[in-house]
Design a protein around this ligand. Structure first.
Ligand code: ADP
Ligand code: MG
Length: 148
């Protein structure tokens, strides 16, 4: 049996992650969806540690069940945020991959303005400043760029 894959999105809010997964018709584990389940509000940032514990727990369950592909829909801007998925993949004999959505902050701000649930502009710019472009050196088998 080929190894299971865990595919981690990396990109700013508005970079197109959720739309891409919708188009692929995959059931990604989404941090916004977990916020909705735990807090009744996809935008509530008050218990992010718990939100990401839940995301990782769901991912681990999928890998242990042997689901062939597990997608993570979250910004995953910094290397430390991505490392848990590399470790999880190693522990489960899975392959960890990245899908990088490199849309510029200006493009993301423009798309953000057209959304019902908007990220404040200063918050989005602060996130752009935190973004560490992902590399295979982090332990990913591949980094695939999804152009806007
Ligand atoms: N490739 C694209 N070209 C133009 N607009 C896009 C593209 N991908 C997403 N969008 C639009 O940008 C907005 C944010 O996309 P979304 O997928 O929700 O981003 P994310 O999940 O990364 O926050 C949505 O209104 C969506 O329709
Ligand atoms: Mg999204």
């Amino acid at each position: 049996m080929p190894a299971c894959r865990i595919i981690v999105a990396v990109g700013l809010p508005g970079s197109g992650k959720s739309s891409y997964f919708d188009r692929l018709r995959v059931n990604a584990i989404s941090s916004d969806e977990v916020r909705r389940m735990l807090l009744d509000d996809a935008g509530d940032q008050s218990v992010n540690a718990r939100v990401f514990q839940t995301v990782r727990h769901l991912a681990a369950q999928r890998l242990r069940i042997g689901r062939p592909e597990t997608y993570i829909d979250a910004t995953n801007l910094e290397r430390w945020e991505r490392q848990p998925y590399v470790r999880l993949a190693r522990a489960c004999g899975a392959r960890a991959e990245v899908l990088f959505f490199p849309a510029s902050v200006e493009v993301c701000l423009e798309r953000n303005r057209g959304r019902p649930r908007q990220v404040p502009e200063d918050a989005l710019r602060a996130m752009a400043a935190r973004l560490e472009p992902p590399t295979v050196d982090e332990g990913f088998a591949s980094v695939t760029v999804v152009e806007a």
